[in-house]
Write a protein that binds this ligand. Structure first.
Ligand SMILES: Cc1cc2nc3c(=O)[nH]c(=O)nc-3n(C[C@H](O)[C@H](O)[C@H](O)COP(=O)(O)O)c2cc1C
Length: 401
């Protein structure tokens, strides 16, 4: 055999190792590719956390403390990664969490992410501060789940809820961790404004990342399309993220959750972190479950890692409530840790933005492929044949170091 044939042989049967993303084998590879593709200030907008970024780094390191004790000699010839969330079937127990202003990463923005999520069979949550409307996302892909920032202007809040219901969104998530905006020092140091302004440093960036800027400049001006479409009073006309953040309602209480419950006909979640007592309180307020999150370490710093809350919150909620978790999920192995801890699914924020920056919609699909393959491999090595089985075997499989 010639050496050339022997080298080809190494790659046989690994479709994922061919094609444009063959060198992007992990979420970390996608992060590095995003760093190369994006201007520094945009990369930092995605990457950064608040204050000293202790919550941000703690989220990832909490997953590193998980250790497995697998069960042996169980037939894992067929492993079923699928799951059901809010009454719908999904290919993987993974979801794409809401991220604001996604078109700053790539002009195809929310639509690219929604299409990739649909193709991969995972849910996508559209942000209130998305740069595409829910109507446009629904027309291009399918009705996304909707994240809601309750606004000081109650009419505006109610209109966002109404539009989500009319679009056919199956799940509404009220974010409760954003009474005030987190202190994102990277953005302040970089002078990042959203929408970006042409400053001396933006012009320097153009020189360094011409491909990014050429793509951006060829597309329409972007804005906070999703919230603007409900803004009949013109509060946000020409506004920046800071203006919008100032409109988030800091006086939100359980009574508001009950009011929004009365407006929303389908599954309602609260997105944020919850002590077991607050988790039970949420059920009393009429919600169907929780999306455990510390906003990816972008709001309250020194936050408990949400993955550590899954087991106690599941115990408080009981088996039937919907419980998903995000913040720090970086692999299919981390997804398995979340399921074994008692979550119904693990959501990701930054990883799909890194993929979007690295290669648009196809790269987001590639990311879903990486997570799916890693998750299925972990299940097989653990001796779990389905997501439901992994969830029920979780306590005997998982140790924390
Ligand atoms: C760039 C960026 C923008 C975000 N925008 C929102 C948002 O508009 N609404 C929201 O509820 N969460 C937002 N989040 C938080 C995500 O929904 C999610 O909780 C977080 O990214 C999960 O952590 P991970 O990035 O470590 O996966 C944002 C996160 C990032 C990274």
């Amino acid at each position: 055999m010639r050496i050339r044939e022997a080298i080809d042989f190494v790659g046989i049967g690994r479709a994922g190792d061919r094609g444009p993303f063959r060198r992007l084998l992990t979420v970390d590879d996608l992060r590095s590719a995003a760093r190369r593709a994006l201007p520094r200030s945009v990369f930092d907008y995605v990457e950064g956390g608040s204050d000293r970024e202790l919550a941000l780094t703690g989220n990832e390191s909490a997953f590193h403390d998980a250790r497995w004790l697998p069960r042996q000699l169980r037939d894992v010839g067929a492993v079923d990664a699928s799951t059901t969330l809010a009454g719908d079937g999904w290919a993987l127990p993974v979801g794409f969490a809401p991220t604001g202003y996604t078109r700053m990463i790539d002009p195809a923005g929310e639509i690219a992410v929604a299409r990739a999520a649909k193709a991969a069979g995972v849910p996508y949550v559209l942000s209130t501060v998305g740069s595409t409307t829910i109507e446009d996302v629904t027309a291009a892909a399918t009705a996304p789940w909707s994240q809601l920032y309750a606004m000081r202007d109650r009419d505006l809040t109610d209109d966002l809820v109404r539009r989500a219901a009319e679009a056919g969104s199956p799940v509404l998530e009220i974010a409760v961790d954003t009474a005030v905006s987190g202190n994102r020092l990277r953005d302040r140091r970089n002078g990042l404004t959203i929408p970006p302004k042409m400053t001396l440093s933006t012009i320097t960036d153009i020189g360094m990342k011409p491909r990014y800027w050429t793509r951006m400049l060829r597309h329409e001006v972007m804005d906070f399309a999703q919230v603007r479409a409900s803004d009949s009073n013109g509060v946000f006309a020409g506004g920046s993220i800071a203006d919008i953040g100032a409109q988030f309602d800091p006086s939100l209480t359980w009574a508001d959750v009950e009011r929004i419950r009365s407006l929303w006909p389908r599954t309602l979640l609260l997105k944020g972190a919850f002590a077991p007592d607050d988790a039970r309180r949420a059920l009393d307020a009429g919600v169907d479950g929780l999306h455990l999150s510390d906003h990816g370490g972008r709001q309250l710093d020194q936050h408990v890692a949400p993955i550590a809350l899954v087991a106690p919150v599941r115990a408080a909620l009981g088996d039937d409530a919907l419980l998903v978790v995000d913040s720090g999920v970086r692999s299919g192995g981390d997804v398995a840790v979340a399921i074994a801890s008692g979550a119904d699914a693990a959501f990701i924020g930054r990883p799909y933005l890194w993929a979007l920056a690295a290669g648009g919609e196809p790269a987001v699909g590639h990311l879903a492929g990486i997570l799916g393959a890693e998750y299925r491999r972990t299940m097989a090595l653990l001796g779990a044949t389905s997501t439901a089985e992994l969830r029920s075997m979780g306590p005997e499989l998982l140790r924390w170091s």
